[in-house]
Design a binder for this molecule. Structure first.
Ligand code: TRP
Ligand code: SF4
Length: 400
């Protein structure tokens, strides 16, 4: 609700590769300029699948955060933290678990998929079933409006929305809600109150979604509302409950078509990745030995870029003129593959130079990194505590 917050998390997989950068991080960097953003290391989520190898998590966290900063995530703009340092996430997870039907979790597509894919692990665990509920808690605890994720995560955001709706339905009841809502409307001031009523009628009588959206914006821009009145007015727009947890929306990250050095999707587990801060010599070697269109056996054989993984890298890394040069040179056998790869190599190395430069201060002085995370954890925790105060209250747990 209130300021349109962005929340996203990443499991600590260690040093990140170019696929992570072009898939997710570049998007985060763009978002941080537009919204208040919270980005966190999902270390508990890593444990749901790797509970038997906790040692891999420790170092991976710091490597990964360095890569976030190397990508251009700015700790002045974004709040960076570690999930397990904000234990309120676990508390909300527990409380949400009380009313979450098992069937909702069993039906999440990643549940069965991942169990099959990671068949070397025993994932018939309570923690693994709860993975998407923990994710819902991560998001709802900050009342996030937007969650940048890849396609595979969309069902988790859908579930998060259902969890929020159910929570509000169960716990947003309030004796005398309607009277309190009407009083809250009056407190908006006569001009805003009239507009709110009008928009509400348009939504309720004609299903006008635009009016609903406008009314929400009106509330977001009404500075003097108390938290309770805000929840009532958001809820009163749509029905007869307070909105305590707001429904987030997925902000779909366009799937990066970044191929690995074997032409398959870049992934650490396929062993085909190029690290964000990998040694330049190794990067050159990897790109030079990349497979190309199999039709080009000899230098004189013409090729087709659409059958060549190097072309995919051109799409990400080079300009129109270079790509035209590739198209005509490849299809006429006018250029050789090594020649064709050179502009890609140059562009990747240049990009990585920027990553290395931004990472260096944190490698020289790791305490900088620790401080950024400590500050981020404090900030995140304050926000999380605000939400939890209310959640506890409506669930009958504020025993003062
Ligand atoms: N499940 C996400 C992934 O595997 C990571 C994640 C955990 C997350 N909590 C989140 C992403 C909250 C967005 C919001 O990529
Ligand atoms: Fe691929 Fe370029 Fe060789 Fe064509 S010239 S096959 S696009 S590497």
């Amino acid at each position: 609700m209130f300021p349109e917050r962005v929340v996203s998390g990443m499991r600590p997989t260690g040093a990140l590769h170019l696929g992570h950068y072009h898939g997710a991080l570049k998007n985060w960097v763009r978002l941080q300029a537009e919204y208040p953003c919270l980005f966190f290391v999902a270390d508990w989520h890593a444990l749901t699948t790797h509970y038997d190898s906790p040692d891999v998590i420790g170092d991976n966290i710091w490597e990964m955060v360095v890569d976030w900063l190397a990508a251009g995530i700015d700790p002045q703009q974004s709040t960076l933290f570690i999930q397990s340092r904000v234990p309120e996430h676990a508390e909300l997870h527990l409380l949400l678990s009380m009313s979450t039907p098992l069937g909702w979790l069993e039906r999440v597509p990643t549940y069965k998929d991942q169990q099959e894919k990671l068949s070397d692990r025993d994932l018939a665990t309570y923690g693994f079933l709860g993975y998407p509920l923990l994710q819902a808690a991560d998001i709802l605890i900050y009342r996030a409006a937007w969650v940048p994720v890849g396609e595979d995560q969309v069902p988790h955001i859908e579930l998060t929305r259902e969890i929020a709706r159910r929570f509000n339905h169960l716990f947003g009841r309030e004796p005398g809600f309607e009277d309190k809502a009407r009083e809250a409307v009056r407190r908006l001031g006569s001009k805003r109150a009239r507009l709110y009523q009008d928009l509400r009628n348009r939504f309720q009588e004609q299903g006008d979604e635009q009016a609903l959206q406008q009314a929400r914006e009106l509330l977001e821009q009404s500075p003097n509302l108390s938290m309770g009145d805000r929840e009532r007015l958001f809820g009163w727009l749509e029905g007869s409950r307070k909105i305590i947890l707001s429904e987030p929306q997925a902000l779909l990250t366009e799937a990066s078509r970044m191929p690995g050095i074997d032409g398959q999707k870049m992934s650490k587990s396929y062993g085909n990745a190029i690290g964000m801060r990998e040694d330049p010599e190794s990067v050159k070697r990897k790109i030079r030995t990349m497979p190309t269109d199999p039709a080009r056996v000899r230098r004189t054989d013409a090729g087709d870029p659409s059958r060549c993984p190097v072309w995919q890298l051109h799409v990400v890394y080079t300009d129109d003129a270079t790509r035209e040069w590739v198209q005509s040179g490849c299809t006429s056998a006018g250029i050789g593959c090594l020649e064709c790869k050179q502009p890609v190599i140059d562009a990747v190395l240049k990009e990585q130079e920027g990553f290395r430069e931004r990472a260096q201060p944190y490698l020289d002085d790791p305490s900088l990194l620790r401080n950024i995370i400590a500050d981020g954890c404090d900030k995140a925790r304050k926000l999380a505590q605000e939400t939890m105060r209310e959640v506890r209250e409506v669930m009958g747990l504020s025993h003062d």
